[in-house]
Design a protein around this ligand. Structure first.
Ligand code: ZN
Length: 444
């Protein structure tokens, strides 16, 4: 009976407990009302941030116990920008609250005593961290009363938009650059989104989509709705701290492409501190990039304040963003938190995928392989103390990218007969184990 009452109250409420108060430029002093469609600063060109009333958020947060909150991306709705409860109810009810896995076997391989994986490869509905951010974009689209959404994608944003738009009942259009992971694109079409394939790389497509958005009025999940989109990434940080019993880890290692995830986890950790929910100031954020597309990592290692764009050339397509929009925010996040950056070559990235698979039974995509390869380097360099907790972000699922992984040799067929099969299995015992192959590759 109480469940029915709770649901009908939930369903009939008009406003969420969001304490968002407006939009502001990261660099200038300018601000705008939350309803304003502005998404970048007309003065300096930087993206906009959402600002909140944290005193109010702390009071609201205390009123509703954790057990009465949904275990999804709306768990911390006070610190999210969606105010229309009906829009919120239509998106992301099964997104978020991914497992935080204690990785004992991988930790033993790398010499990290307290290692955890935030497993967004198990994210719903589309198996990557992008479900968190795209949910915010689509909820915002519904708040605006619109019925079409576009996006430009290296792969995972597209699948998240296709899935979440279908569930929300809006039409999805996905713009793909030339280099893409084919399985992801096929998945998008299988989910009913319309695909526009363009010549040119992600950065070029992104720039043109912005012009298309201005010319046609179509909203783009990761362009015109970007201030809202980005806020979804904070939920990963909130969940990690709560899942560790309100203890913030000493280290978070995150892959970086456009820079949204690491910069907004930094913001989210700061918000938990401001609200008195956890002591988060000692948490370092380290970022991982592929050697073939490492503009943010290079800027951090060279102690530059701005990112110099590069031309991506990497097998980690989901990290192939050469002109990362939030790059300067990542630099701030890493430096303020005493973190660092490192990068991994394509062979190291695939060795990272194999090491995670062999030790923890998780198949991740090249972005996750980049994180594991960099985790190995940071551990080898002595970055992690023996009593410190380390969380590595696994942002995407390898089932979507298998076609892009280096093929493992496929065995010859044997007769379907007892002796031949027993002999074949005996011979397989002498072939190299995945763990050994991964270690060999990482040390090559
Ligand atoms: Zn500005």
């Amino acid at each position: 009976m109480s469940t029915t009452t709770a649901q009908s109250t939930q369903g009939s409420r008009q406003r969420t407990r969001s304490c968002a108060t407006g939009l502001a430029c990261h660099r200038c002093d300018r601000s705008w009302p939350l309803e304003d469609p502005v998404f970048s600063c007309p003065d300096c060109g930087k993206g906009l941030d959402i600002v909140y009333d944290y005193e109010l958020a702390a009071r609201h947060f205390a009123e509703v116990p954790a057990t009465d909150r949904p275990e999804n991306i709306w768990h911390f709705e006070e610190l999210l920008p969606i105010v229309d409860a009906r829009a919120q109810a239509r998106v992301g009810q099964y997104s978020g609250y991914t497992p935080l896995i204690r990785a004992d076997r991988l930790g033993a391989e790398l010499g990290i005593e307290n290692l955890y994986l935030k497993d967004d490869s198990a994210q719903r509905p589309s198996f990557s961290y992008k479900d968190r951010v795209v949910s915010m974009s689509i909820a915002r689209l519904l708040e605006k009363g619109k019925t079409e959404i576009g996006c430009v994608s290296t792969g995972n944003v597209g699948t998240a938009v296709a899935s979440l738009a279908a569930k929300a009942g809006v039409d999805a259009y996905v713009v793909y650059p030339s280099r893409l992971e084919a399985t992801k694109a096929r998945g998008v079409m299988a989910l009913g989104a319309k695909v526009c394939q363009v010549e040119g790389n992600y950065d070029e497509a992104n720039k043109r989509c912005r012009e298309v958005a201005e010319a046609t009025g179509m909203d783009f999940a990761n362009i015109t709705l970007r201030p809202f989109y980005a806020e979804g990434a904070k939920t990963a940080a909130f969940e990690i701290v709560e899942q560790l019993g309100w203890h913030s880890p000493e280290h978070i290692v995150s892959p970086a492409a456009g820079g949204t995830l690491s910069s907004r986890m930094h913001k989210g950790l700061g918000e938990l501190q401001l609200m008195g929910l956890a002591e988060t100031s000692a948490t370092a954020i380290h970022i991982a990039q592929p050697s073939g597309c490492n503009p943010i990592a290079s800027a951090i290692l060279a102690e530059e304040a701005e990112v110099v764009p590069v031309m991506p050339e990497t097998a980690a397509h989901s990290l192939a963003i050469g002109a990362p929009g939030d790059g300067y925010l990542v630099i701030d996040a890493v430096l303020e938190r005493g973190g660092t950056a490192a990068f991994a070559s394509d062979p190291e990235i695939f060795a990272g995928i194999d090491l995670l698979a062999a030790s923890e039974g998780l198949l991740t995509e090249p972005a996750g392989g980049t994180t594991i390869a960099v985790l190995e380097k940071l551990a080898a360099a002595g970055r992690f103390g023996s009593d410190e907790t380390v969380v590595a972000m696994i942002t995407g699922n390898g089932m979507k990218t298998l076609d892009d992984h280096p093929p493992k040799p496929w065995p010859e067929k044997v007769e379907c007969e007892r002796e031949a099969m027993a002999a074949a299995l005996e011979a397989l015992k002498d072939t190299e184990r995945l763990m050994d192959a991964a270690r060999r590759q990482l040390q090559a």
